[in-house]
Design a protein around this ligand. Structure first.
Ligand code: FA5
Ligand code: MG
Length: 393
């Protein structure tokens, strides 16, 4: 299995490679990896390897095809480079939302960016009026925290379902609280939850799951679903009842419906018992060789290489942004960074300054790291981090 990328999901950007290479330089680590891995994924596909995300995706499509009700049209060939309008404005994401900032999002130009979620295509598919229900899969990109379940490039699958007008007739014209407190809104939310619970049962059989309230500007009410995995709760999806203004902006203001967006790697991690999201990118034959087309079996762990821990402490400037530090470390050490953890923080009242100390776990998925190699990475980080205006202690 492992990757995954476009090749595995069988879609492609429309960008010629040369153009991608140019973008690569500006977009930093996530996009660079994506170009590299995409090529590797193609090779692997030729050899018949690399399937876990594709398997998950087919199981999901299979489930939705089996449901009564409208047929789910499948979209998966959208360009991952979208406009600010598609990714944010169409979804009521306000101008000052942190998700829009360059510390969270890879911008290509001021107006275009690598989509941060597949919801970026919701509005265009709603507006096209082609289907009352659809699924939309694609690769998405974010600057994010660094640990075993977060990666700067991953795959999402979006689902949308509009209800027949007569099933939600009582809610005609209702907005705001009048709508969200109506029995029709409850009907849509209940259908959403039971559909997704059914999906989890289809994927995993009996499994522990829990719902929590969430917030998205494009759905209300909103929820997230977590699954118990290796003794902890792992968030697998966000969802909700589509906000009436989103529907209205897509010329579907007369309709009501639900939407969800799930993380395909997260589900694959649970189904195949894959302990670290970086494994989706490894070329290690001990990993890749375990996943063959059409076969679902648990990952048989091989011994991990030993980790190397390094701490770094610095005084931060007022405009310090944590994601910029994570991105910097990824830029220097790539996949070798397994985890970055804030282990200490204090403010010196006299100096009026705050210090942060991070523990970085370096570990390769494919080989043993030498001390010299890790020291060199850490030294480079200590120098380059000063570009963020911090003062290393
Ligand atoms: C969203 O992206 C919303 N667009 C989902 C949605 C769609 C809500 C439609 C309502 C209606 P969120 O940021 O929580 O939500 O991400 C959704 C899922 O993507 C998460 O539950 C998780 O499974 C996965 N995910 C998020 N960040 C990462 C990451 N860095 N690495 C791997 N998977 C991730
Ligand atoms: Mg979430």
């Amino acid at each position: 299995m492992s990757v995954v990328w476009f090749s595995v999901l069988e879609y492609d950007t429309n960008l010629p490679y040369v153009e991608q290479k140019t973008l690569t330089l500006e977009l930093g680590w996530g996009f660079r990896s994506f170009c590299r891995k995409r090529r590797a994924g193609r090779q692997r596909n030729k050899k018949g390897q690399g399937f876990s995300v594709r398997i998950i995706r087919s199981l999901i499509q299979e489930y939705f095809a089996s449901l009564d009700g409208p047929e789910f049209k499948v979209y998966d060939a959208e360009d991952p480079i979208v406009t600010v309008t598609q990714c944010f404005d169409d979804l009521r994401i306000p101008p000052d939302h942190p998700g829009r900032s360059p510390s969270d999002t890879y911008y290509v130009t001021d107006e275009t960016l690598l989509r941060t979620h597949t919801s970026a295509h919701q509005s265009e598919h709603l507006r096209s009026g082609e289907a009352d229900a659809f699924l939309c899969a694609g690769d998405v990109y974010r600057r994010d925290e660094i640990d075993s379940s977060h990666y700067p490039a991953f795959h999402q699958l979006e689902g949308v379902r509009l209800f027949p007008t007569d099933e939600v007739k009582g809610a005609e014209g209702l907005t705001g609280d009048d709508w969200t407190s109506s029995p029709e809104c409850k009907l849509v939310a209940d259908d959403l939850k039971s559909t997704l619970e059914g999906l989890m049962d289809h994927l995993f059989g009996e499994t522990e799951k829990r719902w929590s309230e969430d917030y998205f500007p494009f759905t209300t009410p909103s929820y997230e679903l977590e699954i118990k995995y290796e003794g902890r709760w792992l968030e697998v999806l966000g969802c909700g009842v589509i906000h009436e203004e989103v529907l209205a902006m897509s010329d579907r203001g007369d309709r009501r419906g639900w939407a969800f967006g799930l993380g395909l790697e997260r589900l694959a991690m649970i189904l195949f018992e894959i302990p670290d999201i970086r494994l989706f990118w490894t070329d290690d034959p001990r990993f890749v060789g375990q996943f063959k087309e059409g076969k679902i079996r648990k990952f048989v762990p091989y011994s991990k290489y030993p980790p190397v821990y390094k701490d770094i402490a610095f005084w931060i400037p007022e405009d310090y942004v944590e994601n910029d530090f994570y991105e910097l470390a990824r830029g220097i050490a790539g996949d070798i960074v397994e985890r970055m953890e804030l282990i200490d923080e204090f403010t010196n009242a006299k100096k009026g300054k705050t210090s942060k100390c991070y523990r970085i776990t370096y570990r390769s998925m494919d080989r043993s790291l030498t001390n010299d190699e890790v020291d060199a990475l850490q030294d480079e980080l200590r120098v380059k981090v000063e570009d963020l205006g911090v003062e290393v202690r």
